[in-house]
Design a protein around this ligand. Structure first.
Ligand code: F6P
Length: 522
């Protein structure tokens, strides 16, 4: 089945939403939250995950109309089309099956008439056996020493996903040190290799196409550096590749047995669940890697089967559309309250903005409504001392996701208590603000009336700034898998609603072409 081609702004529910917006645009989160049952009606508990979306400028009617919109644009059929392997990436003529990579069900998934599940299982076994050999020290380098360092060479989806997950799961890591080289800037690769021992380093070259300028340049530089101490016969012990382009991998000199497959039905930015995640498995062990996949699968099942009003990725996608298309909010913030997730915003920037940064609809027409959100963020509490001033008192409306964990990984002193107090306080401050009267009362004790009047306007917080609380019990490989899959499905849902193709990325091509032309002239 092809995806439906429905202009969302021409639907009945969109018209109703427009009227609903006109009537309710001045609604106050504070007033909505006066209802003591508000949280119950605007939250979803899903095993170890609790999502509280009560601090938004929405009523039951808003959700109902947004759900109606999702139905009217054919979201349910689109979800089924994605999960069952239809060619929904029509501009590239491909299926989109990152969900199949983590599926443990017996349901066959056909691509070109063949079930892809067996090759996924074979690849997972290969990842497991290779990771076990390297981690246990059985895999030896060219001088007979075990591996101590892993270097992932890739860019975009072949870098950001593994890098983010390795950083996020640092608590679960083994003795191997994992590094990431991505930028074509020679200083990046130089800084990484300067402290490495070629005898004990394993290089994982990750490139779906194996033609990406940055990756091939870095891989060649590293190979030349390696060959200063070793010979070409030592390459198989130190270089492995993840790619669909077997010929190019062979030309680079990588042994066939050291190649992990990639498939064209997995998009680069959704590929950490494939062998692109090899460095994750090496860093935290295959069992933890499998748990990451299992957590994602739990979210997949929820997304595929749950009714829209109780479906976490769908609800978050709809709320985001509400702000993006009706309130005209330009950006969204992602704010994890754990240092481990410091790379999540970067990762999501590619996943979200490369997917939904499109201006032509599925009919080939130029779009005259807003699509892809701009996403940015950083970890709490650091960002409270950086950009949160603007989020609290600036002129822009910035809906924010606050990602938190009930339990810390290191339970040290009262750090976690303080961290979580800040987590909740920020959302309250954004939603409820501080009135003139409250500020006046506070200032009364500290100065004369003239000073009070001068300072008062600066100290008022208007509030009414929306946020979602995304709260897990604990940061584990399982919960991280669930979190990443949540955002993947939010992206997909929004792509369907905006009537765009989320899985191509032609917008990155022109710059690449022009850089090549400039290079050839030099
Ligand atoms: O930047 C464009 C892009 O194609 C991304 O979508 C992709 O993740 C990245 O380049 C790397 O591509 P490859 O894995 O083919 O080297």
């Amino acid at each position: 089945m092809a995806l439906p081609n429905i202009n969302p702004t021409k639907t009945t529910s969109w018209k109703k939403l427009k009227n609903h917006y006109k009537e309710n645009k001045h609604i106050k989160i504070k007033d909505l939250c006066d209802d003591e049952n508000r949280k119950e009606g605007f939250s979803i508990q899903f095993n170890d995950l609790f999502v509280d979306f009560s601090k938004n400028r929405i009523t039951k009617e808003t959700i109902n109309l947004l759900v109606e919109l999702a139905k009217e644009v054919g979201l349910q059929d689109a979800i089924e089309a994605q999960f069952t392997g239809d060619i929904i990436n029509a501009t590239e003529g491909r299926a989109v099956l990152h969900t199949a990579l983590r599926s443990t069900s017996e349901e066959p998934i056909l691509v070109d008439g063949k079930d892809i599940k067996p090759k996924i299982q074979t690849t997972l076994r290969k990842i497991r056996s290779f990771s076990n050999k390297v981690i246990s020290g059985k895999w030896k380098g060219f001088t007979g020493k075990s591996i101590t360092d892993i270097v992932n060479i890739g860019i975009g989806g072949s870098d950001l996903g593994p890098d983010m997950v390795v950083q996020s799961l640092k608590f679960y890591k083994n003795h191997l040190n994992t590094h990431f080289v991505s930028n074509v800037d020679g200083d990046h690769v130089s800084e990484i290799i300067k402290n490495l021992n070629p005898e004990t380093t394993l290089f994982v070259i990750v490139s779906k196409t194996f033609t990406t300028q940055e990756t091939i340049t870095n891989a060649e530089t590293i190979k030349n550096w390696f060959l200063k101490s070793a010979t070409i016969f030592d390459i198989p012990k130190h270089f492995v590749a993840v790619s669909t382009n077997l010929e190019a991998v062979d030309n680079f000199g990588i042994d066939k047995s050291n190649v992990f497959p990639m498939w064209n039905w997995v998009g680069g930015r959704f590929s950490l669940w494939s062998a692109v995640g090899l460095s994750i498995s090496l860093s935290v062990g295959f069992d933890n890697y499998r748990k990451l996949l299992d957590g994602a699968e739990e979210m997949d099942i929820h997304f595929r089967n749950e009714s829209f009003a109780k479906n976490i990725p769908v609800v978050l996608a709809l709320i985001s559309v509400w702000y993006n298309n009706f309130y005209k909010a330009e950006t969204e913030a992602v704010l994890p309250y754990t240092q481990y997730l410091s790379k999540l915003p970067d990762y999501l920037q590619q996943a979200i903005m490369e997917s939904n940064g499109k201006g032509v609809d599925r009919n080939g027409n130029k779009i005259d409504y807003e699509t892809g959100t701009i996403v940015w963020g950083s970890t709490g509490t650091n960002m409270q001392h950086a950009f949160m001033q603007l989020v609290h008192q600036g002129t822009k409306l910035i809906p924010a996701d606050f990602i938190g964990f009930k339990e810390p990984l290191y339970d040290i002193g009262d750090h976690h208590k303080k961290l979580m107090a800040n987590y909740y306080a920020q959302m309250d401050a954004l939603a409820f603000g501080k009135t003139k009267e409250e500020v006046h009362l506070e200032l009364k004790f500290s100065g004369d009336e003239a000073k009070i009047n001068q300072l008062l306007p600066y100290k008022v917080f208007e509030g009414n700034r929306p946020s979602n609380a995304i709260l897990f019990d604990k940061l584990t490989p399982y919960s991280l898998g669930k979190l990443i899959a949540l955002y993947e499905h939010k992206i997909f849902t929004q792509g369907i609603l905006w009537n765009i193709y989320s899985y191509d990325q032609f917008g990155v091509e022109l710059g690449k072409e022009l850089a090549k032309k400039l290079l050839s002239k030099q």
